[in-house]
Design a protein around this ligand. Structure first.
Ligand code: SF4
Length: 430
């Protein structure tokens, strides 16, 4: 067998991911300059499967906003939106986007086109109010899909049951209405074979996403769920349903399988395996991660990789013989799972502890995102009642550096690791 050239495999996911991302933003700038139609969508139920059939370029405002925080310019945009009248309390992603809209699409990575269509689900209530802003500013056509969530903890309907079939048909009906709206907007006829092709590319991303998450059961972990995971997540969301994303994820699985087979971990000497609950601290992203890696802590999984992928962690693959029926089933299962990953994080984390050999759980509730953060204190209590696992509860923000105190975060993280070290010594002593 031909030996792998490791210089070409390891790190490929980062390089290719950055390039794909840059190309994507360049493409959006072109759309904006030519004043062509675009669709704004969200990570939890993006419906790119349908939009790509009509060649509608997709814009993810959540990704645009987090990019501003990572590039350390979010505060300018937040201030502008607050001066315009938006409260400091609301989702920072919304405010940063409002400022982008007020600036005619100006964004540090390029120019963002104006939304012709916005497609959203009920996975986050902010989505609904956010789209109303574009409707007011630009006359954007807004299409809201209602995806039935879990009605009762532990009693989620499963495929094969009449409850599930009722919900699936309800989603399918809405997807058919979305197709009609896209036909009206673009003047193009829906092509079911094009949908099959898009679904096939989505299937590669979906199965790969599940495989990648599973590969981090390896010790050492093959990627850091907080940092590397965010790069992978960007491609999974932004380019899903394209041959480029399918190729990228096939390569990424090859890279991470190679690392797992050869015991190659992340850049951190792994002492503690952690999992992360919530949304990362993007205003000091690198430094935030170092608070953990400096102690040998590596994030091997996170609820973020689950809910912010819109439930792609399930690895659901569409049945190409029944594309619309299967799309409705996949949306119902995946978006519902994304909601459960936010609202029932104790169950998600509980399932990770043994499977991923977790030493500690880091909760990061943030000011800007009530949807993910509300209830995390209770969720942590529920986890601790069921599992003997150390936890850290730190608060900051994903966008707003005014509420990020690096010194306080460091103090808390240091104390957490001292506790982990003491616990290990106690366990070693029997
Ligand atoms: S409130 Fe949270 S989940 Fe909702 S749009 Fe804002 S960041 Fe996303």
């Amino acid at each position: 067998m031909e030996a792998h050239d490791t210089t070409k495999i390891i790190g490929r996911g980062h390089e290719q991911g950055s390039l794909l991302f840059k190309n994507w933003f360049d493409g959006l700038s072109g759309v904006a300059e030519r004043s062509e139609a675009s669709a704004y969508v969200f990570v939890m139920g993006s419906f790119v499967e349908i939009l790509r059939c009509f060649d509608l370029p997709v814009v993810f405002p959540e990704i645009n906003s987090l990019q501003m925080a990572v590039r350390h310019v979010a505060h300018d945009y937040l201030n502008e939106a607050e001066d315009f009248g938006f409260s400091p309390d609301i989702c920072g992603y919304v405010k940063a986007d409002v400022a982008v809209q007020l600036r005619g699409g100006e964004h540090p990575a390029g120019r963002i086109p104006t939304p012709t269509l916005a497609v959203l689900t009920n996975a986050c209530n902010t989505y609904i109010k956010w789209a109303e802003i574009w409707e007011r500013l630009h006359g954007t056509r807004v299409f809201t899909l209602d995806v039935p969530g879990t009605r009762e903890v532990g009693a989620t309907s499963r495929p094969g049951s009449s409850d599930f079939e009722t919900d699936r048909r309800y989603v399918e009906g809405q997807i058919r209405e979305l197709i009609g709206a896209c036909e009206e907007i673009t003047g193009k006829a829906f092509d079911i074979d094009r949908l099959r092709q898009v679904l096939s590319d989505c299937n590669t991303v979906s199965s790969s996403w599940k495989r990648i998450i599973d590969l981090n059961r390896s010790r050492p972990a093959v990627f850091n769920a907080l940092t590397d995971g965010t790069v992978f997540l960007g491609v999974a969301n932004g380019l899903r349903g394209t041959p480029e994303a399918a190729g990228y994820f096939s390569d990424l699985v090859e890279e991470l399988e190679y690392k797992a087979e050869n015991g190659i971990g992340t850049r951190t000497e792994e002492d503690y395996r952690l999992t992360f609950v919530g949304v990362p601290c993007y205003p000091i992203f690198r430094r935030f991660n170092e608070l953990f890696t400096d102690w040998g802590g590596v994030f091997v999984n996170s609820t973020y990789l689950w809910f912010a992928s819109g439930g792609t962690n399930l690895g659901f693959e569409y049945d190409l013989e029944h594309p619309l029926e299967s799309l409705a089933e996949g949306v119902l299962l995946s978006v519902r799972d994304a909601m459960d990953s936010m609202f029932q994080s104790d169950r998600v984390i509980g399932s990770m502890i043994e499977e991923f050999s977790i030493d500690g759980v880091v909760y990061h509730p943030i000011k800007s995102c009530r949807t993910v953060s509300t209830g995390l204190a209770d969720s942590r209590r529920a986890l601790l009642a069921a599992h003997d696992v150390p936890t850290l509860f730190i608060e900051s923000d994903m966008m707003d550096k005014r509420v990020v105190s690096e010194a306080q975060l460091k103090n808390r993280a240091d104390a957490f690791f001292e506790g982990l070290a003491a616990r290990r010594l106690r366990e070693a002593a029997g």
